[in-house]
Design a protein around this ligand. Structure first.
Ligand SMILES: NC(=O)c1ccc[n+]([C@@H]2O[C@H](COP(=O)([O-])OP(=O)(O)OC[C@H]3O[C@@H](n4cnc5c(N)ncnc54)[C@H](OP(=O)(O)O)[C@@H]3O)[C@@H](O)[C@H]2O)c1
Length: 222
């Protein structure tokens, strides 16, 4: 198969909804280190500003709505419980933009993590249903926030699985993932195949608990 040219991600302004959490701050830090303008979003502007200041590297903090409005690409990094409500409320600001969903609908009990049933099939498919005017891509489900945030970790040994129905958008997000040292972004199918990618995170949580690790995935032979 002929590989298409890698799209340029230069100049992307990245907004992160729920960016005050570990995953959002971790992605903010790595993408800012890669030279991007990054805006951490929050339900509270003050919390966003505090997280941005803590993150450094020129990261700014805004309310989720303003982050969605100012960004050219938006990452949704909120817990599953708040996913539908937040995206519904920001559908206007997110119209026409690439929205990257990294949400893993998981439950936790005394036996560990397990995937929750999702009526739409996956969190990413729910996002696509709620945001018909956005270009929804799913990625970054398996990256460890601990590694993203660790200043002692220069490169992360990881393939980021990127799923979506819009080839240009998935190519762009693959290129964005590759801005994190050590990471490859790999196309892994259409959104209808995202449920098992999100659910696989429960297996990684089990692996991490058993082996005291921050395990990631590598795909062979590509
Ligand atoms: N942590 C990881 O290693 C990791 C890895 C891969 C994927 N993920 C996924 O990334 C997402 C975020 O993970 P996280 O560990 O960073 O989660 P988190 O810390 O629990 O939440 C992130 C932020 O979301 C906001 N938030 C919380 N409840 C909300 C609600 N009901 N509605 C809207 N916003 C809400 C909070 O920000 P404000 O209070 O400031 O608004 C919070 O700081 C999850 O869906 C998770 O499955 C996490």
């Amino acid at each position: 198969m002929t590989e298409r040219a890698t799209p340029s991600v230069d100049g992307l302004v990245i907004g992160i909804l729920g960016g005050t959490g570990d995953q959002g701050r971790g992605l903010a830090r790595r993408l800012a280190l890669a030279g991007h303008q990054v805006i951490i979003g929050s339900r509270s502007r003050e919390r966003a500003e505090a997280a941005a200041q803590q993150t450094g590297h020129g990261v700014r903090g805004l309310a989720n709505r303003d982050a969605a409005r100012e960004a050219s690409l938006v990452i949704a990094a909120v817990p599953w419980e708040g996913h539908a409500e937040l995206l519904t409320s920001l559908a206007g600001e997110l119209a026409g933009k690439i929205v990257v969903d990294c949400v893993n609908p998981l439950g936790f009990d005394q036996r560990g993590a397990y995937p929750l049933p999702v009526a739409e099939g996956s969190a990413a498919q729910q996002a696509a249903a709620l945001l018909p005017d956005s270009r929804v891509v799913a990625a970054f489900h398996h990256v460890s926030a601990v590694l993203l945030l660790d200043p002692g970790v220069d490169a992360i040994d990881l393939d980021v699985l990127v799923l979506g129905d819009d080839r240009e958008a998935t190519d762009l997000v693959r290129a964005l993932a590759a801005r994190i040292p050590g990471v490859r972004g790999i196309y892994a199918g259409r959104l209808r195949n995202c449920g098992q990618v999100e659910a696989l995170t429960a297996n990684l949580v089990s692996i991490n608990r058993r082996y005291k690790a921050h395990a990631g995935l590598r795909v062979t032979d590509i």
